[in-house]
Design a protein around this ligand. Structure first.
Ligand SMILES: NC(=O)c1ccc[n+]([C@@H]2O[C@H](COP(=O)([O-])OP(=O)(O)OC[C@H]3O[C@@H](n4cnc5c(N)ncnc54)[C@H](O)[C@@H]3O)[C@@H](O)[C@H]2O)c1
Length: 305
């Protein structure tokens, strides 16, 4: 297969490219910035410097080598990177529409786009408004974004719904990644604002490819969003500030970050939130606050470290 990957110079895009190449496929690697020196493309694969907000440029790149599918990772990945909030919104929303529409117009039937756990409104939602109807969150939980980034991810998913209504042979997988990194990466993870979860780089890269290759009969066309994240809650290995409700906060509250249960965290940080019967039952006391079973069923994906 030949796949076009946008955001190929970025964290997830570059890992997805390496994974795709390792599986014997070739790529058109697209980004607004050059690829890192750690990512060398073999013959048969090409790099093109393209801004996805320019649809003429993207279309030209798409037509350069016939493609079997497109993986769109090129975006501004949070609202706190120093960009104007309007830029965060516009780059993400316009880039996604350009990619989806251009692919559909040119007969590309399998598309993957990066979404985020923030499509529901999460990490960047003001503390006072971060409330949930029920745990675990599923792909059907209400989307209530308030910041530019989370809104852009919600809109990217809605755009995919609309493209798949218009082109009934197109399939789009929106992958809701969480904080994505390698297991040994020395950054703190797991805080109350993101419901103590994360995604490994390898799992994200695998989901990108499966979004194109998975052949579950019930998912041949149309748009689906998928939670791509770990099965278990995780408070990290290093410390956030206590007020972030992670590793340090557990210790400050007399809990062991490695054994604290979901129920204890709910009582402390989200008291009164409904929990699906049996979700945190005996043996599942440290299960994730997100249900990732849809990706397992429809993409044949699983979380790996
Ligand atoms: N990393 C995470 O923890 C995480 C979590 C949830 C969702 N996501 C989503 O996954 C995707 C990839 O994230 P990442 O962590 O690899 O981010 P990243 O910043 O490392 O990579 C994004 C890449 O996109 C490129 N890019 C930006 N605007 C572009 C444009 N207009 N045209 C072409 N390329 C453009 C950037 O140059 C960069 O190389 C993003 O959509 C992000 O929102 C990431």
């Amino acid at each position: 297969m030949h796949l076009l990957v946008t955001g190929a110079a970025g964290n997830i895009g570059s890992r997805a490219v390496k994974h795709i190449l390792a599986q014997g496929h070739s790529v058109t690697a697209v980004d607004i910035v050059p690829l890192p020196s750690s990512l060398q493309l073999p013959s048969g694969s090409i790099y093109l410097q393209v801004d996805c907000t320019d649809f003429h440029a993207f279309e030209k790149a798409l037509l350069q080598v016939p493609c079997d599918g497109v993986i769109h990772m090129g975006a501004i990945p949070n609202p706190i990177s120093g960009h104007d909030q309007r830029t965060v919104h516009n780059v993400n929303v316009v880039g996604s529409y350009n990619v989806l529409r251009t692919c559909a117009d040119n007969g590309i039937k399998r598309i993957v786009q990066a979404s985020s756990v923030n499509a529901t409104g999460l990490v960047f939602t003001h503390e006072s408004r971060r409330k949930f109807e029920e745990f675990p969150l599923t792909e059907l939980s209400p989307r209530v974004p308030e910041d530019a980034y989370s809104l852009s991810k919600t809109i990217c998913e809605i755009q995919a719904d609309s493209i798949c209504r218009l082109f009934d042979d197109v399939r789009v997988s929106s992958l809701r990644f969480h904080m994505t990194c390698d297991e040994d990466e020395a950054i703190p993870r797991g805080q109350r604002g993101d419901l103590w979860s994360w995604t490994s780089m390898d799992s994200a890269a695998e989901a990108c490819l499966l979004g194109i290759t998975a052949n579950e009969p019930s998912f041949q066309r149309g748009h689906e969003a998928f939670y791509i994240l770990h099965d278990k809650l995780f408070l990290g290995k290093k410390s956030w500030e206590v007020e972030r409700g992670g590793y340090d906060a557990a210790i400050a509250n007399g809990m062991d970050p490695d054994t604290v249960t979901a129920k204890e965290l709910i009582d402390l940080y989200y008291p009164g939130t409904k929990v699906k019967e049996g979700w945190f039952s005996e043996g599942n006391e440290r299960r994730s606050f997100f249900d990732n079973s849809k990706a397992k069923k429809m993409l044949g994906w699983d979380h790996v470290k």
